[in-house]
Design a protein around this ligand. Sequence first.
Ligand SMILES: Nc1ncnc2c1ncn2[C@@H]1O[C@H](COP(=O)(O)OP(=O)(O)OP(=O)(O)O)[C@@H](O)[C@H]1O
Ligand SMILES: [Mg+2]
Length: 286
Amino acid sequence: MKNMFSEQEAAMPTMAQGSLCTHVITVTSGKGGVGKTNVVVNLAVGLARTGKRVLVLDADLGLGNIDVLLGLVPRYTLEHVLCGSHHLSDIIIQGPAGIQVLPAGSGLPQLTSLTDSQQLVLQSELERVADTVDVLLIDTGAGVSPTVTYFASAAQETIVVISPEPTSLTDAYALIKVLCRQHRERRFKVLVNMVKSQRDATQTFRKIDAAADRFLHINLEYLGYIPFDDYLPMAVLQQKAVTECFPGSPASQAFLQLAKKVAEWPDPQLPKSTMQFLWRQLIHTS
Ligand SMILES: Nc1ncnc2c1ncn2[C@@H]1O[C@H](COP(=O)(O)OP(=O)(O)OP(=O)(O)O)[C@@H](O)[C@H]1O
Ligand SMILES: [Mg+2]
């Protein structure tokens, strides 16, 4: 175990952290391709079915693909909001089960270098939609980029997706270590994806939890698992959420159970400026 989780430090800038209100959940991972985007999309569908109003933010800067995964063709993106030609409500697109998707596309990197007037536009635009959203689900890229650590730090809950592959575990541990040591994050929920059984899932979780306990002195929270399911890639090919096109499949059932669990998390007891706060922090962070 000691060899698996190296103690090498990654130099990351410290980002501001603060209180949020609309329930903000960031889904992230150390390694790419472990299923984050599918988790976000299907968790969003499941939450929507419990009655939550869900907005999905594609924060995989430069490589965002939630619209592709859902077969959506966004006409406008955040860039149109920034140039002042459209309101945020104009660029939000409807996904399955009534979820809303904020297509960021390749425009998001510019958020780190916004002019003052663009910042004001974004802040007021986010205030306008904040009241209509119960849960903001954020899909990030993999790894320990400042954007990923920002979103993980800014959210109320961080879900780290892992798979049983050793590289997924070492990379997830590296991400958790950076968030813990450099951003003082201590709460992580771990979702194990692409496993054969519950036993495999808990064994996989125990490995990373033991490393976090031993080296970082934190305990990770086991959120559950999504089984490896051949229906999921079939849904991806059809550009649909598996919970929509194969609702009876094992992965769909697991996603819906997960959504019920997440829907029961206590509501944030904070004022209604979450999204404004979140974005203000983002655009002031380079
Ligand atoms: N539970 C599962 N069973 C079978 N295949 C899965 C499962 N979860 C994800 N996959 C497959 O893994 C691939 C990657 O999934 P996804 O795009 O959601 O990962 P990601 O973590 O978002 O990737 P990236 O880091 O590139 O953003 C997809 O092709 C998907 O079909
Ligand atoms: Mg992805």
